[in-house]
Ligand binder design. Structure first.
Ligand code: NAD
Ligand code: UGA
Length: 471
């Protein structure tokens, strides 16, 4: 029986390993993590992450061929294939701070593999890493291994799932990418990993490349996706200035088969743990290679995203007669997108801090994000690079200006304005007449996700601002 060990039980490690276990009953899958609280949550009825369909997959396999454990060394020692899905955040200090990937977790996992291994292993990079990281990991493994004669093959197998649709993405991926050394042993390792995915992924969707192409393709993938959002968001600013409507523009673009329909939704800005981090990582790699023009090109994607978030805050303040001081503003949605409780780099953090900076009182409701998380996010200083968002963490006065409530009606009662910051489906079904009746007048709606019917809201009496649409 092939044994797999997945190191890192987070948003990627948990769901990917669970789906491998589901689709490959003949493979034993152990998911390990240094975080005891995460592992005990994976072993409980309340999983540590919210992801539609995940619970069913875990319930089908846990206790059969899927286990979660903090005994990292034991399971790495026993495994034939080790997947590394540890976090690779942006460095906050030292060389490359604010841009380069922090590979501390990565390196400590690699050193541990070298320490405990007594047999040959395939080590699979699942985390998103800078191009040529496989070279570094190979050196760490070969220089530190305790048992003579052990051979490692490193593969790059980046993950392309999106949060909120992770299980669907994993069950039906548009492609699986495997990069490896192009020597006979490397090619053999590629075939072994390919055979695992072939249990459920059609062969023509499994792409194999050399190591560096696979590593770089992942960074390029996220950069291209984020670039599309920044591109349509840049158009949204022009739409507001000219009377064009961004949804009509994106619809027209989407019908061009050379452009296609996805990732053309204008918004308050993109969020999530990866887009900004991975572009910064790309920028740093370009700069390190003397490619400053290329670096500057990609930086613009982040600058446009910051501009969009700032623009949104500016619009709220200017529309409300240039002052939000002491006014209650309802924030509907805090997660970085719907169907997840994840708030990493959510645009809501920047918008809330911007409004708090102008002394607004915020009443925040999100169906999936817990109060402690929101307070923590607003209390932390963000990592900045050379872009013009200077948002301070909340001070003690601001803490009193924030309340986190249990539903949209409570959040909007007596409010002067509403900001929609996440596209949760339930916000479309709110009784806006009831909301309007309970609000201060004039009552404003700022739809940062363009999910509401602006015309209907105007008929009720709201002043409505949507992204990329004339007032
Ligand atoms: P995460 O923070 O949710 O999970 C990482 C886990 O690794 C944590 O639970 C942490 O405790 C654990 N860990 C760290 N060092 C460890 C060690 N030495 N031994 C054992 N466990 C260790 O992160 P994530 O969102 O799952 O992302 C992981 C990687 O996957 C990142 O490189 C990210 O860029 C990439 N990625 C993420 C997504 C996504 O949607 N979140 C999608 C594709 C790729
Ligand atoms: C993204 C990529 O889509 C995945 O392919 C990738 O694997 C993953 O990053 C990763 O490497 O972490 P994710 O961040 O989970 O996935 O979610 P997306 O659906 O890409 O949304 C990212 C952000 O962009 C969200 O804030 C979303 O609201 C925003 N967005 C998305 C828009 O503003 N407009 C769009 O048209 C699409």
């Amino acid at each position: 029986m092939v044994k797999i060990c997945g190191i890192g039980a987070g948003y990627v490690g948990g769901p990917t390993m669970a789906v491998i276990a589901l689709k490959c009953p003949s493979i034993e899958v152990a998911v390990v993590d240094i975080s005891h609280s995460r592992i005990s949550a994976w072993n409980s009825n309340k999983l540590p992450i919210y992801e539609p369909g995940l619970e069913q997959v875990v319930n089908q396999c846990r206790g059969k061929n899927l286990l979660f454990s903090t005994d990292v060394e034991k399971h790495v020692h026993e495994a034939d294939i080790v997947f590394l899905s540890v976090n690779t955040p942006t460095k906050t200090r030292g060389l490359g701070a604010g841009k380069a990937a922090d590979l501390t977790y990565w390196e400590s996992a690699a050193r541990m593999i070298a320490d405990v291994s007594k047999s040959n292993k395939i080590v699979v990079e699942k985390s998103t890493v800078p191009v040529r990281t496989a070279e570094a990991i190979e050196k760490i493994l070969t220089y530190n291994t305790n048992s003579k004669g052990i051979k490692y093959q490193i593969l790059s197998n980046p993950e392309f799932l999106s949060e909120g649709t992770a299980i669907q993405d994993l069950l039906n991926p548009d492609r699986v990418l495997i990069g490896g050394n192009q020597c006979p042993e490397g090619l053999q390792a590629i075939q072994k990993l390919k055979a695992i995915y072939a249990h459920w992924v059609p062969e023509d969707r499994i792409i194999t490349t050399n190591l560096w192409s696979a590593e770089l393709s992942k960074l390029a993938d996220n950069a291209f996706l984020a670039q599309r959002i920044s591109s349509i968001n840049s158009m949204s600013a022009l739409c507001e200035a000219t009377g064009a409507e961004v949804s009509q523009v994106s619809h027209a673009l989407s019908k061009n088969t050379k452009i296609g329909p996805k990732f053309l939704n204008a918004s308050v800005g993109f969020g999530g743990s990866c887009f900004q981090k991975d572009i910064l990582n790309l920028v740093y790699i370009c700069e390190s290679n003397g490619l400053n023009e290329v670096a500057n090109y990609w930086k613009q994607v982040i600058k446009m995203n910051d501009y969009q978030k700032n623009r949104f805050v500016r619009r709220v303040v200017t529309s409300m007669f240039n002052t939000v001081s002491g006014k209650k503003i309802a924030i509907l949605g805090f997660a970085f997108k719907k169907d997840t409780g994840d708030t990493r780099k959510t645009p809501a953090i920047d918008v809330c801090k911007g409004l708090l900076g102008d002394n607004a009182c915020l009443s925040i409701y999100d169906p999936c994000v817990i109060e402690e998380q929101i307070q923590k996010d607003l209390s932390m200083d963000g990592v900045e690079f050379d872009h013009p968002v200077h948002l301070q963490p909340m001070n003690s006065t601001m803490v009193k200006q924030v309340s986190i409530v249990g539903d949209a009606y409570e959040a909007t009662k007596d409010a002067h304005g509403i900001c929609i910051l996440t596209e949760w489906d339930e916000f479309k079904n709110i009784d806006f007449q009831r909301v309007y009746d309970s609000m201060q007048k004039p009552a404003f709606v700022f739809d940062g996700r363009n999910i509401l019917n602006a015309e209907k809201l105007r008929e009720i009496g709201f002043i409505v601002y949507s992204i990329g649409r004339p007032l």
